[in-house]
Design a protein around this ligand. Structure first.
Ligand SMILES: Cc1cc2nc3c(=O)[nH]c(=O)nc-3n(C[C@H](O)[C@H](O)[C@H](O)COP(=O)(O)OP(=O)(O)OC[C@H]3O[C@@H](n4cnc5c(N)ncnc54)[C@H](O)[C@@H]3O)c2cc1C
Ligand code: HEM
Length: 371
């Protein structure tokens, strides 16, 4: 991938300015995307959905449809240069067909989306430090200019301090009439965007936001019982889902929703007061804080023990979001102890990598997510 990007920039110097200075993660992500194209070639519909979404996302990088051909031609050259004995005329034909298809689908999807904004401005209307490394930001968005989302989705944010660096953050509230959204951000040590959002952003500042994304939404719940298991700032999307599902306005009646909020210690329960306020208006919503070894909540239990205790016996939807280790373990627990449940989760690992990782395994052997 290093060779590929070097050749791309030598042949098309104007492309370099579209990318952030540090390219490390980018190489891996494009490699994963290629692997996904290879494994997905036998499922053209889902490959096409993936490429179309990728192309819509590429609009905010300033990518134009004529760029795709140059990108794919350079990729073909890199594959040939490094294919070694694995490269043959047949392999060349197959790669040319696959990359030509990817370029065509992406360029077409970008053209179709050209009427929609690629990004919007979000004005910081509130900035609430909830601890040394966590802040809740309220952004004023532009619903009138087409910004929309569903409870549980995330969006990408760019801060002025780090041009061209986009990071995903989940929206922590159900849609409001005034179009404001809350983000829960934890500053990662050395993290560019998270540290800027927590430590160097204030009311009146502006950030850029991309379109809302993600399939884990309130609309995917269909049962009368819902269990949400949140770890850290994984609380954000589940708070939005719980807020919408447990709303008293929901007809014919809201499902019973329990939200387990796991934290490392009491201080890390950064949104307890807000959650209590939410539950006060929603009799169908129960909030259960889980802090290992602490009093006043699920005594001394880890999140998995608390989850096991609250796994519904009948039909139910379970939403899980948080650190990758917690998500994988929660998915395993649900699969072993309650295979009848409908489980919804982000792909394990995606938060750690900063971007949603495309699975690079053959279909069927990927992360154990069921939706
Ligand atoms: C779909 C999705 C939704 C997300 N929602 C939220 C959210 O609601 N709130 C939130 O705070 N974060 C969320 N994240 C994580 C967020 O996108 C960033 O990855 C995170 O803020 C770090 O970005 P950065 O630019 O500060 O760090 P970078 O500058 O990218 O990284 C700096 C260093 O930290 C390491 N690192 C990167 N990410 C993490 C991490 N998550 N944990 C530990 N180390 C890391 C990197 O390997 C690197 O060494 C979400 C991620 C995804 C994919
Ligand atoms: C087959 C065609 C392509 C594929 C499969 C592809 C794949 C990807 C992937 C997977 C990402 C990471 C995106 C994310 O996780 O949100 C990405 C980012 C990006 N791509 Fe592409 N891409 C293609 C074409 C192009 C073209 C033609 C350009 C323009 C020259 C381009 C420029 C970028 C830029 C600027 C980024 C953002 C980099 C960053 O933020 O680190 N891509 N691409």
């Amino acid at each position: 991938m290093a060779y590929f990007f070097a050749s791309l920039f030598v042949r098309n110097p104007e492309f370099r300015a579209m990318f952030p200075l540090a390219m490390g993660g980018q190489r891996r992500r494009v490699f994963d995307a290629l692997a996904r194209c290879v494994w997905g070639a036998d499922e053209p519909e889902s490959l096409s959905d993936y490429l179309r979404q990728l192309a819509r996302d590429h609009r905010r990088y300033g990518v134009l449809d004529q760029h795709y051909r140059a990108f794919c031609d350079t990729l073909l050259g890199a594959l040939q240069a490094f294919g070694g004995q694995g490269w043959s005329e047949r392999a060349g034909v197959a790669w040319r067909a696959l990359l030509g298809h990817a370029a065509t689908v992406m360029a077409e999807a970008a053209r179709e989306a050209s009427g929609e904004p690629a990004w919007w401005v979000g004005e910081v209307a509130g900035h609430d430090r909830r601890g040394p490394d966590v802040a809740v930001l309220t952004l004023r968005t532009e619903p009138a200019a087409g910004f929309r989302y569903r409870s549980g989705q995330y969006l990408d944010v760019q801060v002025p301090r780090w041009p061209r660096v986009w990071r995903s953050y989940s929206i922590a509230n159900a849609p409001r009439p005034d179009g404001t959204i809350d983000l829960h951000v934890r500053a990662i040590p050395g993290g560019r965007v998270s540290s800027a959002l927590v430590g160097q952003t204030g009311v009146g500042d502006a950030v850029l936001i991309g379109p809302a994304r993600g399939q884990m939404t309130a609309a995917s719940a269909s049962s009368g019982t819902v269990l949400c298991v949140a770890g850290g700032t994984g609380l954000a999307p589940l708070r939005a889902i719980a807020e919408e599902l447990a709303s008293p306005a929901r007809a014919p009646e809201p499902p019973q929703v329990r939200l387990l909020v796991a934290a490392r210690d009491e201080r890390d329960l950064y949104d307890l007061a807000g959650l209590d306020e939410l539950a006060a208006d929603r009799p169908a919503l129960k909030i259960t804080p889980v802090v290992p070894g602490s009093r006043g909540n699920e005594h001394g239990q880890g999140v998995l023990a608390a989850m096991a205790r609250h796994l519904p016996a009948g039909p139910a939807d379970v939403f899980v979001c948080g650190p990758p280790g917690m998500v994988s373990a929660a998915l395993r627990l649900a699969a072993e102890q309650a295979p009848h449940l409908r489980v919804h989760a982000d792909a394990p690992g995606s938060w750690r990598d900063g971007r949603r990782a495309a699975p690079c395994q053959p279909p069927g052997s990927g992360p154990a997510c069921r939706a």
